[in-house]
Design a protein around this ligand. Structure first.
Ligand code: COI
Length: 354
């Protein structure tokens, strides 16, 4: 398939002061778009001016949420070059999500090449200040107008770009986590592992309750026993417990995070034992109280590494140590961002220069 590059005639006003960048509010001048029709396959691939879509009110995505997305970042390096972090992993996971949601897969090489071309054209939008990046959001939606419940026959796949600052307002500042004893995010056999909008919509109600109580995020327990900690919708969780780094196993309810994979690899290099097992909520609470739980942090593309200072479950609220980011958390954050921003070598081949 050819990639058409359309001209841009109107350019957007940029936020010049990069310290004012927030997460996901501003978008660049161009976007990648392609369409799919059953029998014809993917077609009409183009990089065009960023613009709203016209969608039929019966478009299936609007009724049955047949939608998937990805999140990755482009980083500005000290010499001015631009680097992507493990982009092929995101494209692979996009296709895994597509399969789970009965959507057509994309040609991985073509999609990756188109993404790189889009970043090249939008290179000026990659911010320069520490902690900033260009967030990349590949998305696919079902556009066929039809109210029957079945996989659609028409889709739109697109990539939009957003220059971003830190995901949480406080940057690397520790977050407070509410552990929900009632609501659940994902259940075995469900769609928890897929990056599909419905998983995130399902998390909003509990997130709002947590926010009202003064907490930043919700930590989800397993749906069956409501006993084991799983993930925080926007990040995988890691617990530095008894000198080992513990994280939930991948069994269909937890996202197979690319930052999660990178953290596991780095921690192994640091000589730290990894345990992929389900930690109980009691282990987290008691561990914080008796010191067995030394550190806890979330990991995800948007947040990178996000230290946790407090957990609250029912009426029991605990603080981890002095509430400040732990040593291992900071070492992982510094190494990961060092590789991403080109301040450290990349012995793992994670970086793709644009
Ligand atoms: C990401 O980390 O890129 C995500 O997709 C999380 C998001 C929902 C902000």
């Amino acid at each position: 398939m050819d990639l058409e590059i359309q001209p841009v005639t109107e350019f957007k006003q940029r936020i010049e002061d990069e310290s004012k960048l927030v997460f996901g509010k501003q978008f660049t001048d161009r976007m990648f778009v392609m369409q799919y029709d059953t029998g014809k396959g993917w077609h009409s691939a183009r990089i065009q001016p960023y613009a709203p879509f016209t969608l039929d009110p019966a478009a299936m995505v609007l009724h049955y949420s047949q939608e998937i997305f990805e999140g990755l970042k482009a980083f500005r390096r000290p010499g001015g070059e631009i680097a992507l972090f493990r982009p092929a992993d995101n494209v692979k996971r996009f296709n895994l999500s597509a399969r789970r949601m009965c959507m057509p897969e994309v040609d991985e090489q073509f999609f990756l090449d188109s993404l790189l071309e889009l970043i090249r054209l939008e290179a000026d939008w990659v911010p320069h200040s520490a902690g900033t990046s260009l967030y990349i959001r590949p998305t696919m939606i079902a556009t066929e107008p039809m109210l029957g419940v079945r996989p659609a026959d028409q889709y739109l796949c697109y990539i939009i770009l957003s220059p971003v600052g830190a995901y949480y307002k406080g940057g690397i500042a520790p977050v407070k986590i509410w552990i929900s004893d009632h609501y659940v995010r994902a259940t075995e056999g469900g769609t928890g592992e897929a990056k599909t909008g419905g998983n995130y919509a399902a998390s909003l109600y509990a997130a709002r309750e947590a926010a009202l109580k003064g907490y930043d995020q919700v930590l989800w327990l397993d749906a069956k026993e409501k006993r084991y900690v799983e993930e925080v919708g926007s990040m995988n969780m890691f617990f530095y417990y008894d000198g080992k780094l513990v994280t939930s196993p991948l069994k269909g309810t937890v996202l197979d995070g690319i930052t999660r994979r990178s953290v596991i690899r780095l921690a192994k290099e640091f000589g730290i034992e990894i345990e992929e097992r389900a930690l109980t909520v009691d282990e987290v609470l008691e561990g914080a109280e008796n010191g067995r739980l030394q550190e806890a942090f979330g990991a995800g593309t948007a947040v990178v590494i996000s230290p946790v200072s407090d957990f609250c479950y029912k009426e029991r609220c605990v603080r981890l140590g002095d509430g400040k980011p732990g040593e291992l958390t900071m070492r992982l954050f510094n190494t990961l961002t060092g590789i991403q921003y080109g301040q450290q070598p990349d012995p793992y081949g994670w970086v793709t220069l644009v």
